[in-house]
Design a protein around this ligand. Structure first.
Ligand SMILES: Nc1ncnc2c1ncn2[C@@H]1O[C@H](COP(=O)(O)OP(=O)(O)OP(=O)(O)O)[C@@H](O)[C@H]1O
Length: 303
């Protein structure tokens, strides 16, 4: 069962006095596998936030069906299993973080657990700010608190709209680590981020949305064409003949090779053969397009 299943989703925002509305989503089909880390990318105004609000039942679709965790997003039992970080977070400025989390936990009908809430605030890096009023928080601190609120109650599905907006580079590393831990725990992650490098590092599947339509969708390595090819650097002195018979082709520069591998197991099998022949691995990277290039070429198709 997919964590999110959307078929034929359309959303037209109505305008006053019967004027023609704005079509933010124009027939979106999307299936997000359970346990995946799914990234939604696309230009400003593509409909990403509208899509997220539709799968949360905040925006009423004009057409189409939305199923989340096997049920309706309007079902309170389904909503209780979703953690959501909105793009624009409204926080009570005169409150402190522990009181805010306790209130969110109560709204989510969770058992009061102040110690668990404090651990969560520590996890998002807010321990030093516990005594401060939220109104004095920086943008990044507000985002961290929003993330803590989304993580309350170990949700089965995490939907995050620009989670690292305003967070400094080191903070982004921490947030990324938290998201990776959540995915390892089995949580499905649905991420909308303008930071493509972020999406690339965290997500295994990506959909490109533009002008209310999905232009491309799939596994990250499938989208970044050439994803089956890896660039490998071995320490000087590697046996070129042995490397060739293990499937490595020399790339010109000393020690630099390419290898084709359909999956991670195939890649490791080739590396095992190289190491068995005495070659020492120095560097390994995917030899494909990055997400920015994938997005640019998809947008070219759309133009
Ligand atoms: N409440 C609304 N009423 C009318 N139009 C809206 C409303 N919300 C969004 N829109 C319009 O729908 C389109 C899609 O907006 P949306 O916020 O979903 O895009 P987005 O991909 O999230 O953009 P961004 O990356 O800039 O946040 C835009 O043209 C926007 O102006």
């Amino acid at each position: 069962m997919p964590a999110i299943e959307v078929i034929g989703l359309r959303k037209t925002y109505r305008r006053a006095f019967g004027r023609r509305g704005h079509e933010a989503l124009r027939g979106v089909d999307l299936s997000v596998p359970e346990g995946s880390a799914f990234g939604l990318i696309g230009p400003n105004g593509a409909g990403k936030t509208t899509f997220i609000k539709s799968i949360l039942g905040i925006v009423q679709p004009s057409e189409g069906t939305v199923r989340v965790l096997g049920g309706s997003p309007e079902d309170p039992r389904i909503r209780a299993r979703i953690g959501y970080l909105p793009e624009r977070l409204h926080l009570p400025g005169s409150w402190k973080a522990p009181a805010f989390l306790a209130t969110v936990a109560r709204l989510k009908e969770l058992k009061p657990d102040p110690a668990a809430n404090l651990r969560l605030l520590e996890r998002v890096g807010l321990t030093d700010a516990l005594g401060r009023k939220i109104g004095g928080y920086s943008k990044g601190m507000r985002q961290r608190l929003g993330l803590a609120a989304a993580l309350l109650g170990n949700p089965a599905l995490l939907i995050l709209d620009e989670p690292t907006d305003g967070i400094d580079p080191m903070g982004r590393v921490e947030v990324r680590r938290i998201l990776q831990e959540e995915v390892q725990r089995g949580t499905t992650l649905f991420l909308n981020s303008h930071l493509l490098a972020e999406t690339e590092r965290v997500c295994d599947r990506v959909a490109i949305l533009a002008e209310g339509k999905v232009l491309r969708e799939g596994r990250l390595e499938e989208l970044s064409r050439g994803g089956a090819r890896w660039a490998v650097r071995f320490a000087p002195g590697a046996d070129a003949g042995a490397l060739a018979s293990a499937g490595f082709t020399a790339a010109g520069t000393e020690g630099q090779y390419h290898v084709e591998a359909a999956d991670v197991a195939g890649l490791n099998a080739a590396l095992d053969k190289a190491r068995a022949a005495g070659a020492l691995l120095v560097e390994l990277k995917r030899d494909g397009q990055d997400l920015e290039a994938v997005l640019a070429s998809a947008m070219g198709v759309a133009a």
